[in-house]
Each structure stands twice: as structure tokens, then as C-alpha cells.
Design a protein around this ligand. Structure first.
Ligand code: GLN
Length: 395
């Protein structure tokens, strides 16, 4: 057989999504690995979908997104960033945030272009960089508060970078970038003439007193910011694969071409049904925040009671748990975090993602869990984790 491309040899499948498969192969295991809710989307949206099933559309929408969907995105996000967004020229509707990010990278990067990525990072960015030919330069977000060193960041910018990728709120560390941090990053992007690619899919899952600031809303930043977003988390419809890019006309004009040949378009019936969600008022987002705040507080309290060390997210629904105490025990000598996660599924029926999938640094002592689950499921997961902690006598 002829050889496959070099690029496919250089990355693995997604460990996040692999953990879901391992979880699902194990009877009665609770999946806290790949982040998605186990509760239903808003009824208005599913009702709209039922209507669409009868009325259509069932054929392609415009490749860069159905007009009414783009108009609804422009209204909602325009309000959020305080400017008029042109739905014809400044938006591309994509198959999820994943395609939004990939299209953004393929639109702006030539092979060999350098792109700054904070570490820890969302796993996809590694593959996005490889597939678009970009070379990542990693800048650490330093625990426990996941701040970045301004000098280290400026040093990175000095290496002639094409762009910086920011996940805000951050997956997996739960950081919400402050206005000052974003302004500083923005000032470097201007000084060194780089794009800012922001992944803001958790924009509505931010806990008080933290606030989500859009990079594109900062003075002078819209012109160099490409915002990647998704409806997955905001409306609990991860399987619908609806996302979008927002950016200045010139970038979007090219992104439309990339997107057109990658996927032609996002599912037309689903776009039609989701417009109802994009038109929800402020109270919907307030309610979403309250739901997740309750889950976060419940899960954090449970982990504290068990005695596991963990991060407390300012935004998103991920928690990193420190498993150093386990790995220090003789029976785990030499274990990788992946092996630990596989063992946890097999013996305790709780799935997590090994932390090494998110860090550039050699990290082996963290695992990521999410809490987008019904409270009764979280309670059972906590019970199982408690058993695990007890049996290992690590308290
Ligand atoms: N963002 C989610 C996570 O990190 C999952 C997204 C995906 O798998 N496409 O778990």
C-alpha cells in the first residue's frame, strides 16, 4: 500500500473522545470525560426541531449559513460585543466549534507559521496546528491561578507569530481571562501584528464574580480577532454540531472558501430549529449560569469532603483533580495518567481524561472531570470516587 500522509502520523485520535468510547464499553460507568450535558436542550428548541421535520428545510442552506441563523447570531453577539455585525460579510456558520477553529487556522496559517498556544490547552488545538501547518509556541498558564507571565508571552510574540489562540473561559483549567489580561494580550497582538483566535464556547458558563469579556469587544481588537463559537454548550445541543466564526470581512471572505470545501455547510434543519435559541432573552443565560453554578458548587463540595485536591473553575464545567497521592503509592509506581484513568473506569466506573492530553509540560498527576451531569449522577460519581479514595487509604 502507498504511504499515508506525514501529517497523519504526527498526532493521535482525541484522547477526550477515546475516553468516552472506553467509558461506553464498560457497563454502568459514569462518563465525566468528554464534556457534554446529560440533560435535554430547552423544549422550545426541540419543539422547533419537530416543526422543522414537517416543514423543512431539508436541503442545503447557503454554504456559509442560513440567512436567518446568521442574522440571529449577528443580533445576539453584536449586542454582546457592542457593535453591528454584518451577517452577510462577518459570519460563517460551521459544523461545531471544532470546524470553526480548524477553518480559522486554515484561513490564516501558512505552513511554518508560528502560533502561540497557552498550556494547558484544549486538545484540538494541537491537531488544528498540525493540519494547518502551523508551529505552536507554548506559553504556560501557571497554576494554581493559571496566570501567564507577561514577559514570557512577549518573548513568544517576538518570534514573529501569526496568531495567538485563547480559550476563554478555558478548557481544561477553568480560567476566565480578566479584562486587563485580554487588553495586554491585545496590545501585544497589535504591537507584533498578529491575529487573535478566540474559542469562546463557554462564554455563558461563567461563575460569579467572574465576567466573560469578548476579545472582539475591546477597542481596536475586532479587526484582528477571529471568534470561534458554538451552540453546543449554550443550548445543550453538542450533537447538532452548530458553530460559527465571527471576524472582519476580509478574514471571513477567505474563511467562507475554506469552510465551503471542507463541509459545504452545517445541517440546514438544525440551523432553522436553533434560531429559536439564539433569540432567547437574557433570562435564559442567567438560568443556565445558575444551573451550572449549582452543579459546580455541589461537585466541588463533594470532592472536598472526599479529600481530593482539585481546581475550582471560574468558568466552563471542568475540574482538574490532583492524583499525585495515588501515584506515590507502590501499586501505582510508573503508571501514566492514562493508565490511571483506564483503571478508574474499570474498577470504579467513573471516566476522566488524562491531564497529559492538555499540557505541553510533562504533566502526569492531573485528571480532568466535568460536571455537566444531573445532580443524582454527580452524587453517584462522588460516591464512587469516595470509595476509590478510601480503598487507596490516601486520606
Ligand atoms: N469540549 C469538550 C471537552 O473538552 C468536548 C468537545 C468535543 O469533544 N468536540 O470535553
Amino acid at each position: 500500500m502507498p504511504q499515508l500522509s506525514d501529517r497523519v502520523q504526527t498526532f493521535t485520535d482525541s484522547v477526550i473522545r477515546r475516553m468516552t468510547r472506553i467509558n461506553d464499553a464498560q457497563e454502568d460507568s459514569i462518563n465525566l470525560s468528554q464534556g457534554f450535558p446529560d440533560f435535554d436542550p430547552p423544549k422550545e428548541i426541540t419543539d422547533a426541531l419537530a416543526e422543522v421535520a414537517k416543514k423543512g428545510p431539508h436541503q442545503y442552506s447557503i454554504t456559509f449559513g442560513a440567512k436567518n441563523f446568521r442574522e440571529a447570531v449577528a443580533r445576539k453577539q453584536g449586542k454582546a460585543i457592542g457593535r453591528t455585525i454584518d451577517p452577510e460579510k462577518e459570519i460563517v456558520v460551521t459544523c461545531g466549534g471544532t470546524e470553526a477553529m480548524m477553518s480559522a487556522m486554515m484561513t490564516i496559517c501558512n505552513p511554518g507559521d508560528k502560533v502561540i498556544v497557552f498550556s494547558p490547552f484544549y486538545e484540538n488545538y494541537g491537531a488544528d496546528a498540525i493540519l494547518s501547518g502551523a508551529d505552536p509556541i507554548y506559553v504556560p498558564l501557571v497554576p494554581p491561578d493559571f496566570h501567564f507571565d507577561r514577559e514570557v508571552l512577549e518573548d513568544a510574540f517576538q518570534q514573529k507569530v501569526k496568531a495567538i489562540i485563547i480559550c476563554n473561559p478555558s478548557n481544561p483549567c477553568g480560567k476566565v481571562f480578566t479584562r486587563e489580561e485580554l487588553e495586554f494580550i491585545g496590545s501585544l497582538a497589535v504591537k507584533y501584528d498578529a491575529f487573535v483566535v478566540t474559542d469562546e464556547v463557554y462564554e455563558h458558563i461563567v461563575y460569579d464574580p467572574y465576567k466573560h469579556i469578548h476579545m472582539a469587544q475591546l477597542p481596536g481588537m475586532y479587526e484582528r480577532t477571529i471568534t470561534c463559537n458554538s451552540l453546543s454548550k449554550t443550548y445543550s445541543i453538542t450533537g447538532w454540531r452548530l458553530g460559527y466564526l465571527i471576524g472582519p470581512e476580509k478574514v471571513i471572505e477567505s474563511a467562507k472558501k475554506v469552510h465551503d470545501f471542507l463541509t459545504v455547510g452545517a445541517a440546514a434543519p438544525l440551523q432553522e430549529a436553533a434560531v429559536v435559541g439564539l433569540n432567547f432573552g437574557e433570562e435564559y443565560y442567567e438560568q443556565l449560569k445558575n444551573i451550572y453554578t449549582k452543579k459546580r458548587d455541589f461537585f466541588v463540595k463533594g470532592l472536598d469532603e472526599i479529600g481530593l485536591k482539585h481546581t475550582v473553575p471560574q468558568g466552563s464545567y471542568f475540574i482538574l483533580i490532583d492524583i499525585s497521592d495515588f501515584l506515590a503509592m507502590p501499586q501505582f509506581t510508573g503508571w501514566s495518567d492514562l493508565k490511571f484513568c483506564e483503571w478508574m473506569i474499570e474498577h470504579y466506573g467513573v471516566a476522566a481524561v488524562p491531564g497529559s492530553s492538555f499540557f505541553r509540560e510533562p504533566v502526569n498527576h492531573l485528571i480532568r472531570l466535568h460536571f455537566a451531569r444531573e445532580e443524582k449522577t454527580l452524587k453517584e460519581a462522588l460516591r464512587r470516587l469516595g470509595e476509590m479514595a478510601k480503598q487507596l487509604n490516601c486520606l
